[in-house]
Design a protein. Sequence first.
Lengths: 363, 504
Amino acid sequence: MKPSKAKELAGQIWRALRQPLAAAVFGLLVGAVVILACGQNPVTVYIEMFNKSFFTPYYLFSTLTRATPIIICAMATGMAWRAGYINIGVEGQMVTGTFAATVAALYIPGPPIFVGLVSWIAGMAAGALYALLPAVLNWKFQVSMVITTLMLNYVANNIASYFVTYPLKDTSGDGLALQTAEIAEGLRLTRLSSTSTFNAGFLIAAAVVLLMIFITKKTVFGYESKMGGFNSSFARYGGTKQVKVMMITMALSGAIASLAGTAEVFGLKFRYADGMLSSTNYAWTGLMAALIADLDPAGMFFVSIFLSGLQIGGSAIQRSLGIPLEIATIIQCCITLFVSVKLVFRFTRGKARREEAKGGAQA
Amino acid sequence: MLLEMKHITKVYGSLYANDDVHLTLEKGEVLAVVGENGAGKSTLMKILYGLEQPTSGEIYLNGALQRFRSPHDAIAKKIGMVQQHFMLLNPCTVAENIVYGREPKKHGLFFDREAAVRITEELCGRYGLHIDPRRRVGDCPVGLQQRVEILKVLYQDADIIIFDEPSAVLTPQEVNELLRTMRKLAEMGKSIIIITHKLHEVMAVADRVMVMRLGKYIKEMPKEETSVEEMSYLMVGRRIVERKVAPQKTTGTVLDVQDLVLAGSDEKNILDHFHLHVDGGEIVGIAGVSGNGQSELIQCLTGLLSPTSGKILLNGKDVSGQSVGQIREAGCACIPEDRYLWGCAAQATLTETAIMAHQYRPEISSKGLLSGRNTRAFTQSLLEGYDVRNSGQGQKAGELSGGNIQKLIVAREIEQKSPLLIAAEPTRGVDIGAMEFIHNKLLEKRERGDAVLLISSELTEIMSLSDRIYVIYEGRTAGEFRKEEASEESLGILMMGGKLHEAI
């Protein structure tokens, strides 16, 4: 790589990162005010918090384990949003896909390799189909995708809830927990650390990031969906097949979403438990990561890990310092808020510039 | 001296939009500020109207120093501006639009609609600008909408009225009407500044002309002492040669539109049995007032709309109702009429802008994978071949000036090397240099034996480039001329829905 090219790349990375970094600093400042109000010293609290999320191996592994589904959910969100389809149903697609994968793993007989493969594929297919439903409704009846994807989250959660409450409930233990039986040992993902639950799910997340980068940068589909997201009139005028692009986009988004929960079940919990994917807010944290990183795949990867670290560190300081866990949520939301300030700011500036171009101030 | 702007400098980043510019205006005078796009005329006017703050420099009214922090300040000092893009509330009536912002009140609380109508009628009478106060603005033709804008400014009691490219959207007849209005206002003691790059309008209306180029004040002179040639030389900095297009043989029909109908929401058809044909090796112009079905015609031809009935034969094959992709495949490229709506995406990079509709060519992609090296090389060839000034392929399309992004779009569409090119408003809002360049490229396309369909609201553009001209009026083919037969008057009459009595 030539030095000028390296410099250009560094400049690109800086431009991509400076806004989220500034937002993070502002978020932490707001958090500091709240910590002060709790009667604690923000500096010591933050040191403790980041120690217990990034700088000790055990907590770092916890952070990365929790980041796994968040990263994948961010990619699922980004896949749809960058093409202009506001899919906020990643949670529902994740639940549907995960539940299908778990059921397949529990009830299909055969050697582990075969069952594992079928389960993951079944999960992706279910997630993809569940994401195609709003796409088809939008195409045929112009139903707003925002509303359908949001509503279908509840549908998926409640259907899965029904199954683990009645027909597929695990009756082997005390029979009180609403959950399925455990999947077979041979299907579980490899542990990458002997002292923690850190597992190969993280590698799957990393692979999804690489896949996402490849699709967005190298494929005609990635190009067409991106242009459609920027300006759908432009894409239409250029002759792209928009219905096809929409269907592939949503199917991919749903399939990726399914991986988030499947990795959680196969790598960590080994069973589907009622509400396990919704109470943890994976999809919504992933959505925030996607927004903060402005849908850039590499950015989403790092922001997801950062948000996960905030949550892990937040619960650590609750235990050791008595600072409420909500502090982490406040910081996280403030960062998202400050980033959306940036979005609005850039929008108005862009508009001013367009008018400038029309008015003719530019040479 | 009514108004004096001294040493005005406005810097955007490293760009001097205005560089030590002077402007003076007397009472009852019409001053024309001319210059290419990007010469800084609009910036200067925005500073005067309070929309922009100068980096340095002063504004004096009747000798007193002023600071305009917003248009409110400027309006309070009796400065008004007729915007190029009308700022009107289309669902409201003319009267409501005129009094908007300073409405007459009933009992100090409620809007007094009758008083608004009275005020409007009184204004119309005083300035001799007639319009029905109760008409919905959305139903008025563009010329009347502009009149509403002017009345609005007069209602604000402006003494200085700025017109920003006022004739861009008007027919020749409407332009004449507007120029008469300006003269009349000047005689009534109003001072007028008109920004334009149409020099014959300057000659018709101005008392004094000020020329700007690249943000700098170049020269000013009384109208009597200058000429169109001198002004265009001062604006561009070089001589523009009058274009002579040699006639050439055509090579058989490429596009044949027969009996094309597009139904509207009411019983009136948007396109009403429209017909035309374009042969290889000729440029065919469509003249018409905007809103007579040109946009819909383009969208039907390119596949964005599906016509209700009729045939569109492209190289003998009926493509009506096919998708955009299929029609492009069949050999049709299109320079869209609105470059920011259809022609590009503001956030897309130049590379992404350049390869649109090229993305399936084997050179650009194979098996769904883009070739990075070839896309960059292709984009570079467009940028260099069409003189698009840029700061690298990663630059965003929205950051280019209007003329440069238009050149890139023209490049992309001409390089489709398709037998038919539809060029809709190919030079709208671009400066003289870019206009000349784009015209040359269209003529080169014609010389290669391809068919070009030119849709433009600029009659001079249509008349100088076209071999044949159709007039479109309310979606119908209102007339067809060979180049030699066409005159601005005869086209103008047909464009307004009139009939030619001394018919050919």
